[in-house]
Design a protein around this ligand. Sequence first.
Ligand code: PGA
Length: 249
Amino acid sequence: MKKTYGNITVCIYETYDEMSEHAAAFFADEIKRAPGSVLGFATGSTPVGMYRALAGMNKQGEIDFSRVRATFNLDEYYPINKTDAQSYYYFMADNLFDHINIDRSVIHIPNGQAADPAAEAKSYEQQIAAAGGIDLQLLGIGANGHIGFNEPGECFISDTHVVTLTPSTIDANSRFFDSPEAVPKQALTMGIKTIMSAKKILLVCASESKAGILRDAVTGDITPKLPASILKLHADVTVMTDAAAGKYL
Ligand code: PGA
């Protein structure tokens, strides 16, 4: 089922697997249209099925990642080692990059081991600009409405920056760690302007627990208290959900 809310197209699929297949096809179409695209990737549970589908399409020879100009991930914990199984560096290798024919040298993920995280954030922003910006950015949405690690707050922060994670995000993400105390307290994240500068955005959202926040983001007021609500100001956003997450839309 397809609906539009202003500039946002919402596609609701019956199941998570169906949503994942369509999200993968959306990325595949972009890569076929422009093999040298700059792609923005995201982590979390939601994109896992989409990454699996993309890896399958690559294996079948349906899509070719070899000419992708650059990839940029939204965020990374700080501090964290790349070898740590909870790092987003590790996640991306494990879920996507190890399974596709991408040139490793074009992959960018904020460095969770940087000695100077503020300098790392600045350099990351410059690298995105030097690549010509992001053609297609994948997003998830946090239970608190965050995109990347842009947490709810009093204002939108524009560029890639260091952020202190909210207790709700630490709690939500502690399921991947031994304990809430083991979750890094900070992260490096693309800013709102970085995300909004992407030419096209695909947001994936699954499970009933996200239904309320997704409805508020798509149909409510634009406010930094719900960072995903800014997407209403972007010209080309597609939201894909399973039936549970899309039940109020
Ligand atoms: P999830 O995370 O896909 O694991 O729910 C989404 C997010 O926090 O952006």
